[in-house]
Design a protein around this ligand. Sequence first.
Ligand code: AP5
Ligand code: ZN
Length: 208
Amino acid sequence: MNIVLLGAPGAGKGTQAAKLVAEFGTPHISTGDMLRAAVKAGTPLGKKAQSYMNAGELVPDEVIIGLVTERLSEPDTQKGFILDGFPRTSAQAVALDAELSRLNRPLDAALLVDVKFDVIIKRLTSRRMCKECGFIGTDALSSCPKCGGEMYQRSDDNEQTVRNRLEVYERSTAPLIDYYRGSDLLVTVDGDRDVELVYNDIKQLLHL
Ligand code: AP5
Ligand code: ZN
């Protein structure tokens, strides 16, 4: 499967991608995770990206496009990929189309995880992630249910930054819904239900 996950911050893209990876082993390419790893490692990319991320703004297109193009050249992605958090602008979508056509690996679907903004604000301000394994959970957990690791709150998950991320999403990323509808690749799932119900729908919609 070659798929793009679309949806607002906090819609559940990472949660559903983790389930697809666990069941199908498809490589998960999350630009947010890649950037957070670069910030943690203090690389030049991380230093460049950090201030944009903390403010809830997008990292410049040329930086992200280079990062994803490089990742798609790695051999494991030949068996498929789940792109999560990319593309996020029209320029990124056009660059992705060009790269996939050059590689002769067309997209099978652009899956929109659809959730209303008021639900998202609650989800993101209570989200906690595992420091050790990246498990995505909530503030109801005192430690990671997978590995026992410490849970932390992302620096961009405070209400003010979340609101800005939603504005940026509306302005720059939501237009991609029409872009993919236009090329007949758009599939939409109602993401405001139990995680397992959403996942079962996704498998049906993607014929998995
Ligand atoms: P990124 O890491 O991509 O963040 P995002 O798009 O804001 O998405 P999130 O990770 O916040 O949400 P999600 O949809 O994965 O939700 P999750 O599954 O965790 O990007 C971060 C930053 O990096 C950007 O702001 C930007 O600066 C930069 N960046 C990244 N990519 C870029 C690009 N292409 N171009 C430019 N800049 C880029 O779930 C959220 C919460 O809800 C969790 O607590 C979860 O447990 C809970 N939850 C999930 N599903 C359900 C459900 N069905 N019911 C109840 N709760 C649920
Ligand atoms: Zn863990």
